[in-house]
Design a protein around this ligand. Sequence first.
Ligand SMILES: Cc1cc2nc3c(=O)[nH]c(=O)nc-3n(C[C@H](O)[C@H](O)[C@H](O)COP(=O)(O)OP(=O)(O)OC[C@H]3O[C@@H](n4cnc5c(N)ncnc54)[C@H](O)[C@@H]3O)c2cc1C
Length: 478
Amino acid sequence: MTNTVPKILIVGGGYAGFYTAWKLEKHLRKGEADVTIVDPLPYMTYQPFLPEVAAGSIEARHSVVALRRHLKRTRVVAAKVTGINHANKVATITPIVGDPYEFEYDQIVVTAGAVSRTFPIPGIADNAIGLKTIEEAVAIRDKLMSNFDKASVLPPGPERDRLLTVVVVGGGFAGIEVFAELRSLASSLVKSYPELTFDDTHFHLIEAMGRIMPEVSLKTSEWVLKNLAQRGASVHLDTQVTGAVDGNVELSTGEVIPTDLIIWTAGVMANPTVVRGGDLPVEERGRIRTRTDLRVGTEEEFVEGAWAAGDVSAVPDLSGGGVGGYCVPNAQHAVRQAKLLAKNLVAVLRGELPREYFHKNLGAVAGLGVGVGVFQSGKLALKGPIAWLAHRGYHGLAMPSWERKWRVLLGWWNNFWLGRDLVNLSTVQSPRYVFEEFAARPRPAQPAVTPPAVPREQGKKADQPEQVEADKKVAAGR
Ligand SMILES: Cc1cc2nc3c(=O)[nH]c(=O)nc-3n(C[C@H](O)[C@H](O)[C@H](O)COP(=O)(O)OP(=O)(O)OC[C@H]3O[C@@H](n4cnc5c(N)ncnc54)[C@H](O)[C@@H]3O)c2cc1C
């Protein structure tokens, strides 16, 4: 390449990509490298807040971080990377508008994350919604709230029950959190609808395994099940969804649950566009094979100029705690890997040796609705309000940048005094509806027709003003 300043391309500005760029800005000297980050979205999403966004406890925009505001020395490109030809160090960039183009780089950092992993169950692709993006969290919030509005004007019966039934598929952390948060939201909403009662709302979580939340001990997970049951939410263990067609969720037990809201949280998979669209090595589970120093490759051999971190990568877990020997896909790893990746990349550019990634799991903390949470670190387990405070304390401070932390923390403070914000904004999906209804439109042009002269005795029409005018013209022409 002619340019002597190395070009670094970061694929994905989510948790790992944003932190990599942020830390590169800190570690790189002026003019030491050009950094470009490519993401179709202008923000990174703090995904651990999605369940609280869905529950109306966090304002949606507060749980994302604007890339351009915080990345001052990085070029931000609104596009997807749709191909990686690392043999030639060229990536295909498909902008959000315009034609795809080729981008030459010296170092590539792949941090394109994961997407919801589904199975070919009839109806799921068309009728369910995932929980990986802020758009999904907002849509879930608005759907539940607008269903309350609809149900409030219907008489008791099957249609009203369907609108007030929520089904969550997957009993991992994300599934249980959103399930419990929505239960909490529904209990709050009921107080504002005199037409509806708590017993009109129905919550079902479907889990294929015999337990929920594998990240916490069995005892703690059983406490969560008990807590959910006390709050009127049913968990179906050892059960699979077999269909989701025509507003009915069918279960392997033969049960059918009519519902208008199906949330799919049963697993994630490494971003297929980036993994399959490139020539970087991929392991059995579809993730980019990554070394402990975060370079792509195996421990024996690395791929020069290629790095990966976060959910898209399979990084060996040196602490021995990972699943199948690899780091589990979570934010704890994504942020720490990104920080080390930035340091290692700079070290390699300077001809120094990279360091190995080592992180021992800190434990898990989950919010289960206002005032309820669980925390587990080794044998230590906290449950109820203390764990909920730990959840808010940990995530409030883990949100990147003080600018964002303050928005979230002050939002919680406001909710403490003012109650959660129960506004449903589903109509933003059709923002022109009022304008359009009353907008003045030009009248359709009338075809210019000259009426034929009709003798008076042929009919009354001749007495109409237009006809009289026409008659006068005809008479004048005689
Ligand atoms: C509901 C929920 C709750 C969670 N709770 C916790 C928790 O409590 N604790 C915890 O540790 N972890 C939690 N996680 C997991 C954690 O959020 C993820 O592990 C983390 O976000 C992974 O970071 P990442 O950078 O790898 O991927 P992401 O943050 O998903 O970022 C990927 C980025 O790549 C972009 N992208 C996608 N395709 C392309 C492309 N073709 N080209 C360019 N860019 C692309 C995306 O737009 C996105 O910005 C939770 C996840 C969810 C969904």
